[in-house]
Design a protein around this ligand. Structure first.
Ligand SMILES: [Zn+2]
Length: 178
């Protein structure tokens, strides 16, 4: 019956009769190196285990990265939705503000003036301009928004209905149009 060398685990190819084993072991190169090879084999096994563990960890990390990417996509879409909603709300708010402003707006039409020409002359406005201004009948627009009043003339240079300069005092009359 053939038996293997006791160092067959280290890949010694010898096989022979039991009574020949001692003779082989006395010159078996594998058996002679057992004290070196055994710790190397143990170390090799440990490294293999470690590689296996790293491989598993790597796979787990890949899975997690994939899930995170899916989640990031989802959040990105949600952010886009929220931004759209914000834009819509902003537009709605602006529209409401405009409506609010328009609700408190009143337009006053010019009816008559008193001493306006003399007033302009005194402030140093030239004749050509005074003649042009005489023909203008600017509307007075009053806006009220959040307790603040804004009064302005349409197509005109001044923003006071009553003016005083030097000895001249001028007045203009308006009636509410809208
Ligand atoms: Zn051997």
């Amino acid at each position: 019956m053939q038996i293997l060398c006791t160092s067959a685990d280290m890949k010694c190819p010898w096989e022979g009769q039991r009574d020949q084993l001692d003779g082989h072991l006395s010159k078996c190169a594998f058996d002679a190196l057992r004290y070196i090879i055994t710790p190397l084999m143990t170390e090799n096994e440990q490294l293999k285990e470690l590689i296996g563990k790293f491989h598993d960890d790597n796979q787990q990390l890949r899975d997690q990265t994939g899930q995170l990417a899916i989640q990031a996509n989802k959040y990105q879409r949600e952010i886009q939705d929220i931004n759209q909603q914000l834009a819509q709300l902003k537009t709605q708010l602006q529209n409401q503000e405009i409506k609010e402003q328009e609700r408190h707006r009143s337009v006053w039409e010019y009816i008559d003036g008193d001493n306006f020409d003399a007033f302009l002359r005194e402030t140093g406005v030239g004749m050509a301009t005074r003649l042009a201004v005489k023909c203008l009948k600017p509307c007075l627009i009053i806006d009220e928004f959040q307790n603040e009043w804004m009064i302005r003339f349409e197509k005109f240079f001044a923003d006071n209905a009553e003016m005083e300069c030097g000895t001249s005092k001028a007045r203009r009359w308006y009636k509410r149009a809208t």
